[in-house]
Design a protein around this ligand. Structure first.
Ligand code: ATP
Ligand code: MG
Ligand code: FE
Length: 342
């Protein structure tokens, strides 16, 4: 089965063609980061309008680079949520219209299921069951995964998502959006141990997270340096490293706890923050200690992309699932509501 996937949940237009026999045929992405950077975050209306502009040229590019005739697909799948409703509607309307014109089924895909399954596109994909850590701009969740659509939420952030904490902390330090890659870049030149920030909620049982206090602790330390006239490049790097290390340690402690609670030793990380090198190294070492293994997607498939949507949608279409009529677009959508596939 060959499927066209469309991702427009936030500020990236992602298109891909996935074939169940041959794998990923082609994918293309347009990131609106430059469009939103001056505002320090995503402006929903600008995002929707830009998706309208990018969709058709990107689709043409993907069909051409895959060597597939336009419309020669068995289904069209699109991100139906969670995300910005206006942005979702652009992709959903486009997908429904194309599916109708081409006489094939359409299916709305859950964005976080897309992230979760992105590591399946790699050479050695994880086998079920496993524990997944979803760490993105809007989510921080630990999930037990027994199969596609068999998700048990183990814990989640009670306030900011991990990616959001990176973005907000970066902004407070005067760094550009998105903050994750910026902080990671600075942290690489940081002095270990010069600053130490809290590892929130690791001193009590449970698998939930909280990152807003860490953000404040980082801001306080930074402002103190600024007040003392010590806000140079090295200090910025040192603060960035301490923040990153606190997030990495916290996520590692909770992942270890989740694996032990489930009696599993396979860990999958997905979402934008899973591109973070320190996080990968820390989780890799932890998983090794449990004689387990860590799985993740290539960096460009950690953040938003069309390939993960095409893959997830293809699995569900193959299982006979598809939308009835109308465009699905949901700002909020708990992943546990998804039906399992056989
Ligand atoms: P969601 O998927 O929850 O709806 P989103 O789609 O905005 O949110 P993603 O595209 O998965 O999130 O990831 C973007 C986030 O990942 C941003 O918060 C960004 O700062 C963060 N990020 C990207 N690369 C890195 C990195 N190397 N280190 C830390 N964070 C990173
Ligand atoms: Mg994005
Ligand atoms: Fe995302």
């Amino acid at each position: 089965m060959r499927v066209l996937g469309i991702e427009t949940s936030c500020d990236e237009t992602g298109i891909a063609l996935y074939d169940s026999e041959r794998g990923l045929l082609a994918d293309a992405l347009f990131s609106q980061i430059d469009l939103h950077r001056v505002y320090g975050g995503v402006v929903p209306e600008l995002a929707s309008r830009d998706h309208v502009k990018r969709l058709v040229p990107l689709m043409r590019e993907v069909f051409a680079s895959a060597g597939v005739a336009e419309g020669d697909v068995d289904g069209v799948v699109y991100t139906a949520g969670p995300g910005l409703v206006g942005a979702l509607l652009v992709g959903g309307a486009c997908a429904r219209a194309l599916a109708f014109a081409w006489g094939v089924p359409a299916l709305g895909v859950h964005h976080m299921e897309g992230h979760l399954l992105a590591p399946m596109l790699e050479a050695s994909p994880p086998a079920f069951p496993f524990v997944a850590l979803l760490v993105s701009g809007g989510h921080t969740q630990l999930v037990r995964v027994d199969g596609i659509g068999q998700y048990q939420l183990l814990g989640e952030s009670l306030d900011d998502a991990a990616g959001e904490a990176f973005d907000k902390t970066a902004k407070l330090m005067g760094l550009p959006y998105p903050g994750g890659p910026e902080i990671a870049r600075l942290a690489a030149s940081g002095t270990p141990g010069r600053f130490v920030f809290p590892r929130p909620m690791t001193d009590r049982p449970g698998l939930d997270f909280s990152f807003s206090g860490l953000k404040t602790a980082t801001l306080n330390a930074w402002q103190q340096c600024v007040a003392q006239g010590d806000a140079g490049e090295q200090t910025r790097c040192d603060v960035a490293l301490a923040f990153e290390q606190a997030v990495v340690d916290t996520l590692t402690i909770k992942c270890k706890r989740a694996l032990k609670a489930c009696g599993l030793n396979r860990l999958v990380i997905a979402g934008g923050v899973s591109a973070n090198r320190h996080l990968r190294a820390s989780l890799e070492a932890m998983a090794k200690g449990l004689k387990g293994e860590l799985f993740y997607a290539r960096p460009e498939f950690c953040t938003d992309n069309g390939a993960m949507i095409a893959y997830a949608g293809c699995q569900r279409l193959m299982a006979g699932q598809h939308d009835q009529s109308g465009i699905e677009a949901r700002a909020r959508w708990p992943m546990e509501e998804l039906p399992p596939i056989n």
